[in-house]
Design a binder for this molecule. Sequence first.
Ligand SMILES: CC(C)(COP(=O)(O)OP(=O)(O)OC[C@H]1O[C@@H](n2cnc3c(N)ncnc32)[C@H](O)[C@@H]1OP(=O)(O)O)[C@@H](O)C(=O)NCCC(=O)NCCS
Length: 170
Amino acid sequence: MTFERITEPNRALVNEFVERHWFTITMIVRGKEIDMTKADGFFLAEDGNILGLVTYALYDDVLEIFSLDSLQKNRGIGTGLLEAAVQEAREQGCSKVVLITTNDNVDAMRFYQRRGFDMARLFRNVMERSRQLKPEIPLIGEHGIALRHEIEFERALKAPVDTASGGEEA
Ligand SMILES: CC(C)(COP(=O)(O)OP(=O)(O)OC[C@H]1O[C@@H](n2cnc3c(N)ncnc32)[C@H](O)[C@@H]1OP(=O)(O)O)[C@@H](O)C(=O)NCCC(=O)NCCS
Protein backbone atom coordinates (compact mmCIF):
# COMPACT_ATOMS: atom_id res chain seq x y z
CA MET A 1 0.00 0.00 0.00
CA THR A 2 1.63 3.25 -1.13
CA PHE A 3 0.48 6.51 0.40
CA GLU A 4 0.93 9.90 -1.23
CA ARG A 5 1.81 12.98 0.73
CA ILE A 6 -0.50 16.01 0.39
CA THR A 7 1.20 18.54 -1.88
CA GLU A 8 0.00 21.61 -3.78
CA PRO A 9 -0.74 19.67 -7.03
CA ASN A 10 -3.10 17.23 -5.23
CA ARG A 11 -4.51 19.72 -2.71
CA ALA A 12 -7.76 20.29 -4.67
CA LEU A 13 -8.51 16.55 -4.69
CA VAL A 14 -7.90 16.41 -0.92
CA ASN A 15 -10.04 19.51 -0.26
CA GLU A 16 -12.91 17.98 -2.21
CA PHE A 17 -12.63 14.74 -0.16
CA VAL A 18 -12.61 16.66 3.15
CA GLU A 19 -15.67 18.73 2.21
CA ARG A 20 -17.57 15.62 1.16
CA HIS A 21 -16.83 13.71 4.37
CA TRP A 22 -16.68 16.44 7.01
CA PHE A 23 -19.46 18.79 5.68
CA THR A 24 -17.13 21.82 5.16
CA ILE A 25 -13.43 22.55 4.64
CA THR A 26 -13.05 23.64 8.27
CA MET A 27 -13.00 21.30 11.24
CA ILE A 28 -13.68 22.23 14.83
CA VAL A 29 -11.27 20.75 17.36
CA ARG A 30 -11.57 21.64 21.06
CA GLY A 31 -14.00 24.40 20.04
CA LYS A 32 -11.48 26.03 17.66
CA GLU A 33 -11.68 26.28 13.89
CA ILE A 34 -9.05 24.42 11.84
CA ASP A 35 -8.45 25.39 8.21
CA MET A 36 -8.11 22.00 6.55
CA THR A 37 -6.72 23.50 3.33
CA LYS A 38 -3.46 23.98 5.28
CA ALA A 39 -3.26 20.55 6.91
CA ASP A 40 -0.46 18.14 6.10
CA GLY A 41 -1.24 14.50 5.46
CA PHE A 42 -1.15 11.30 3.46
CA PHE A 43 -3.75 9.57 1.30
CA LEU A 44 -4.34 6.42 -0.71
CA ALA A 45 -5.77 6.93 -4.20
CA GLU A 46 -6.93 4.52 -6.88
CA ASP A 47 -7.87 5.71 -10.39
CA GLY A 48 -7.74 9.31 -9.18
CA ASN A 49 -10.14 8.68 -6.30
CA ILE A 50 -9.12 9.00 -2.66
CA LEU A 51 -9.87 5.84 -0.66
CA GLY A 52 -8.34 6.99 2.62
CA LEU A 53 -6.92 10.17 4.10
CA VAL A 54 -5.11 11.19 7.27
CA THR A 55 -4.54 14.88 8.01
CA TYR A 56 -2.41 16.42 10.74
CA ALA A 57 -0.38 19.44 11.86
CA LEU A 58 2.92 19.66 13.72
CA TYR A 59 3.39 22.07 16.60
CA ASP A 60 6.10 22.16 19.25
CA ASP A 61 7.03 18.48 19.51
CA VAL A 62 3.50 17.18 18.95
CA LEU A 63 1.84 15.80 15.84
CA GLU A 64 -1.93 16.27 16.04
CA ILE A 65 -4.12 14.19 13.76
CA PHE A 66 -7.23 16.11 12.62
CA SER A 67 -8.94 13.45 10.56
CA LEU A 68 -8.60 9.81 9.57
CA ASP A 69 -10.97 8.34 7.01
CA SER A 70 -11.06 5.04 5.20
CA LEU A 71 -13.69 4.34 2.54
CA GLN A 72 -12.87 0.64 2.27
CA LYS A 73 -13.01 -0.75 5.76
CA ASN A 74 -11.01 -3.72 7.08
CA ARG A 75 -8.36 -3.66 4.37
CA GLY A 76 -5.72 -2.10 6.61
CA ILE A 77 -6.03 1.37 5.02
CA GLY A 78 -6.86 3.10 8.32
CA THR A 79 -4.01 1.39 10.16
CA GLY A 80 -1.58 2.13 7.34
CA LEU A 81 -2.46 5.82 7.25
CA LEU A 82 -2.31 6.09 11.05
CA GLU A 83 1.14 4.46 11.08
CA ALA A 84 2.31 6.77 8.27
CA ALA A 85 1.42 9.76 10.48
CA VAL A 86 3.13 8.17 13.50
CA GLN A 87 6.24 7.52 11.41
CA GLU A 88 6.23 11.15 10.28
CA ALA A 89 6.03 12.22 13.93
CA ARG A 90 9.05 10.06 14.76
CA GLU A 91 11.03 11.49 11.86
CA GLN A 92 10.16 15.03 12.97
CA GLY A 93 11.35 14.24 16.52
CA CYS A 94 7.90 14.52 18.13
CA SER A 95 7.35 13.20 21.66
CA LYS A 96 3.73 12.21 21.03
CA VAL A 97 0.85 11.94 18.59
CA VAL A 98 -2.52 13.29 19.75
CA LEU A 99 -6.01 13.24 18.29
CA ILE A 100 -9.62 13.90 19.20
CA THR A 101 -12.63 11.65 18.82
CA THR A 102 -16.19 12.48 19.73
CA ASN A 103 -18.07 10.57 22.43
CA ASP A 104 -20.32 8.79 19.93
CA ASN A 105 -17.43 7.34 17.93
CA VAL A 106 -16.99 4.13 19.88
CA ASP A 107 -15.59 2.38 16.78
CA ALA A 108 -12.74 4.91 16.61
CA MET A 109 -12.14 4.57 20.37
CA ARG A 110 -11.69 0.84 19.90
CA PHE A 111 -9.52 1.36 16.80
CA TYR A 112 -7.14 3.84 18.46
CA GLN A 113 -6.83 1.98 21.76
CA ARG A 114 -5.87 -1.18 19.90
CA ARG A 115 -3.14 0.85 18.19
CA GLY A 116 -1.26 2.21 21.17
CA PHE A 117 -3.35 5.31 21.92
CA ASP A 118 -4.67 6.07 25.40
CA MET A 119 -7.32 8.48 26.65
CA ALA A 120 -5.66 11.64 27.92
CA ARG A 121 -8.30 14.39 28.32
CA LEU A 122 -12.05 14.94 28.23
CA PHE A 123 -13.56 18.11 26.75
CA ARG A 124 -17.01 17.93 28.25
CA ASN A 125 -19.91 19.50 26.28
CA VAL A 126 -17.46 21.15 23.85
CA MET A 127 -19.66 20.18 20.90
CA GLU A 128 -22.13 22.93 21.89
CA ARG A 129 -19.45 25.51 21.07
CA SER A 130 -18.36 23.57 17.97
CA ARG A 131 -21.94 23.63 16.70
CA GLN A 132 -22.09 27.42 17.05
CA LEU A 133 -19.09 27.65 14.70
CA LYS A 134 -20.22 24.82 12.42
CA PRO A 135 -24.01 24.33 12.49
CA GLU A 136 -23.67 21.33 10.13
CA ILE A 137 -22.50 19.21 13.09
CA PRO A 138 -25.44 16.92 13.88
CA LEU A 139 -27.02 16.58 17.32
CA ILE A 140 -27.05 12.80 17.09
CA GLY A 141 -23.92 10.94 16.06
CA GLU A 142 -22.95 7.31 15.49
CA HIS A 143 -25.13 4.53 16.95
CA GLY A 144 -27.83 7.09 17.84
CA ILE A 145 -25.62 8.58 20.58
CA ALA A 146 -25.97 12.32 21.39
CA LEU A 147 -22.87 14.09 20.08
CA ARG A 148 -21.62 16.12 23.06
CA HIS A 149 -18.01 15.64 24.14
CA GLU A 150 -14.50 15.28 22.73
CA ILE A 151 -11.98 12.79 24.06
CA GLU A 152 -8.29 13.38 23.44
CA PHE A 153 -6.16 10.32 22.81
CA GLU A 154 -2.39 10.26 22.79
CA ARG A 155 0.38 7.88 21.88
CA ALA A 156 3.77 8.64 23.40
CA LEU A 157 6.76 8.07 21.15
CA LYS A 158 10.00 6.72 22.48
CA ALA A 159 12.88 9.16 22.54
CA PRO A 160 15.65 8.16 20.11
CA VAL A 161 18.67 6.46 21.66
CA ASP A 162 21.39 9.01 22.35
CA THR A 163 24.44 6.93 21.46
CA ALA A 164 26.85 9.82 22.02
CA SER A 165 26.03 10.05 25.73
CA GLY A 166 25.24 6.36 26.16
CA GLY A 167 21.60 7.24 26.90
CA GLU A 168 18.84 4.66 26.84
CA GLU A 169 15.39 4.72 25.27
CA ALA A 170 12.70 6.24 27.48
C1 LIG B 1 -11.66 4.15 11.96
C2 LIG B 1 -11.31 3.89 10.50
C3 LIG B 1 -10.36 4.97 9.99
C4 LIG B 1 -10.63 2.50 10.36
O1 LIG B 1 -10.28 2.32 9.00
P1 LIG B 1 -10.06 0.86 8.34
O2 LIG B 1 -9.47 1.09 7.00
O3 LIG B 1 -11.28 0.04 8.42
O4 LIG B 1 -8.96 0.29 9.33
P2 LIG B 1 -8.17 -1.09 9.23
O5 LIG B 1 -8.65 -1.88 8.06
O6 LIG B 1 -6.74 -0.77 9.28
O7 LIG B 1 -8.54 -1.78 10.57
C5 LIG B 1 -9.88 -2.06 10.88
C6 LIG B 1 -10.02 -3.47 11.35
O8 LIG B 1 -9.83 -4.33 10.24
C7 LIG B 1 -8.88 -5.31 10.53
N1 LIG B 1 -8.06 -5.49 9.33
C8 LIG B 1 -7.00 -4.78 8.96
N2 LIG B 1 -6.50 -5.24 7.79
C9 LIG B 1 -7.31 -6.25 7.42
C10 LIG B 1 -7.35 -7.12 6.29
N3 LIG B 1 -6.43 -7.03 5.31
N4 LIG B 1 -8.36 -8.01 6.21
C11 LIG B 1 -9.28 -8.09 7.18
N5 LIG B 1 -9.30 -7.30 8.29
C12 LIG B 1 -8.32 -6.41 8.39
C13 LIG B 1 -8.04 -4.75 11.64
O9 LIG B 1 -7.52 -5.79 12.45
C14 LIG B 1 -9.00 -3.85 12.36
O10 LIG B 1 -9.64 -4.56 13.38
P3 LIG B 1 -9.29 -4.26 14.92
O11 LIG B 1 -9.67 -2.83 15.20
O12 LIG B 1 -10.10 -5.24 15.62
O13 LIG B 1 -7.82 -4.46 15.07
C15 LIG B 1 -12.60 3.84 9.61
O14 LIG B 1 -13.52 2.97 10.22
C16 LIG B 1 -13.26 5.18 9.36
O15 LIG B 1 -12.98 5.86 8.35
N6 LIG B 1 -14.21 5.62 10.22
C17 LIG B 1 -14.97 6.86 10.00
C18 LIG B 1 -14.16 8.10 10.29
C19 LIG B 1 -13.65 8.10 11.69
O16 LIG B 1 -14.38 7.86 12.63
N7 LIG B 1 -12.36 8.38 11.88
C20 LIG B 1 -11.71 8.38 13.18
C21 LIG B 1 -11.95 9.60 13.96
S1 LIG B 1 -11.00 10.96 13.36
